[in-house]
Design a protein. Structure first.
Length: 398
């Protein structure tokens, strides 16, 4: 078994750190003054929504704390409990958060008795909904919440990455904290969005480790602190995500039988997330025989050169398969489904979410399909404290 794997760092994090050390100390005073003034202004005029219960999930660092697994777990459990609701999440200028949107959309489809849904979209938002719930992918989260509230159909709205949405007064504000947050500097000197003292704004603080819990006691009371465990459920074939959107049953069965089990042998892991080291350790716990790990930038869009690099590296290393994150799998999903559609399969995936022809080239389709045949993703879930669910239940009863 291989325990010491080689790292190919294509994330650019080293250069970002160097720029911060070079220019950060000059920009920091001006930036933080502007940030603090803006924060105080919006906090003083924060809006509360009366027609829907709003639960905000966020953190104080620039990603990598575990917001998405927690939000996804809360979303699933609330829908399974009989509540109707959904998610409001950020839409970047170049749809650079499409991975999170598709991850939540896949979950909504899996949890719904009927896989059909309605979709509205323009240049600022995408609104997917059915009788069970909704996903709003928007450039303005407050506008997204207004859409959900005005529908008069839903009990709750989860705001993904909402701790810095200062103009919102949620019914419950959740902040996830890691021990690294207490040693990191605030942006632009470091990757901390806000000072750890801002934990006092949270209704609930969830800690990823005991060190963080002990350090935070200075800023937030014990009655508002709970531990958060995020654990792997296993490795799933990338074909499982494809099958969600293919209506021809015989094709789905064929793919599932072909890749029902994880093959033996050496694997390569790759990811485009904020905290790749944590993912790599999780992957190692599931499959210790890892040759190397490739780290792409956070929310990286995979192009032909990236897929070529992965496939060629796999052949040179004699690796049998690849392991990635669910987010990265979702990022590749529209291109894979576009390829399936071109093959003549009936794909239920919305046409509006399909990649543009200029990016979805035949060569990319062929290479991606080759990768998908031997690619697995790590499925993770959050173990949410029972006290948090009790608090959420009390909010609905109020």
């Amino acid at each position: 078994m291989v325990s010491n794997y080689q790292i190919y760092d294509k994330s650019g994090i080293i250069y970002k750190r160097a720029l911060m050390r070079t220019f950060g100390f000059l920009l920091h005073p001006i930036y933080r003054k502007f940030y603090n003034t803006r924060r105080a202004k919006f906090l003083n005029s924060a809006k509360k929504f009366e027609g829907i219960k709003v639960l905000s999930v966020g953190n104080i660092s620039l990603g990598g704390a575990g917001k998405t697994p927690l939000t996804l777990t809360l979303f699933s459990k609330l829908l399974l409990s009989g509540k109707r609701g959904g998610l409001v999440l950020k839409r970047g200028e170049r749809n650079n958060f499409i991975d999170e949107f598709l991850l939540y959309l896949n979950s909504l489809i899996q949890l719904s008795d009927d896989s059909s849904f309605n979709l509205d979209c323009d240049n600022t938002y995408i609104y997917v909904r059915n009788d069970k719930g909704f996903i709003i992918y928007t450039k303005n989260k407050l506008s997204g919440l207004r859409i959900a509230e005005e529908a008069s159909l839903y009990d709750f709205a989860l705001v993904d990455d909402g701790f810095q949405l200062f103009s919102l007064k949620p019914d419950l504000g959740i902040c996830i904290v890691t021990s690294q947050d207490f040693s990191e500097k605030t942006f632009p000197l470091g990757f901390l969005r806000e000072e750890v003292t801002q934990l006092k704004r949270a209704d609930i603080a969830l800690f990823r480790d005991e060190i963080a819990s002990n350090l935070a006691k200075e800023f937030i009371s014990d009655s508002k602190c709970y531990s958060l465990e995020i654990y792997p459920m296993g490795l799933l074939p990338l074909s499982e995500l494809i099958n969600l959107w293919i209506t021809r049953a015989e094709e789905s069965i064929k793919i599932r039988e072909a890749e029902a089990s994880v093959p033996a042998g050496t694997a390569i892991i790759f990811s485009g997330i904020a905290n790749p080291a944590s993912f790599e350790q999780t992957a190692l716990s599931l499959h210790p025989d890892i040759s190397c790990a490739i780290r792409f930038p956070d929310h990286h869009s995979y192009h032909l050169k990236d897929i070529d690099f992965l496939l060629n590296l796999g052949k040179s290393k004699g690796c049998k398969f690849f392991i990635t994150t669910e987010k990265d799998a979702c990022r590749m999903l529209p291109y894979l489904l576009a390829g399936k559609s071109a093959e003549g399969l009936k794909v239920k995936f919305p046409e509006e979410l399909m990649p543009r022809v200029t990016f979805s080239t035949p060569e990319l389709t062929v290479k991606l399909n080759e990768l998908a045949q031997i690619c697995f993703y790590v499925k993770v879930q959050s173990k949410v404290p029972k006290e948090l669910f009790e608090l959420i239940s009390s909010i609905f009863q109020a």
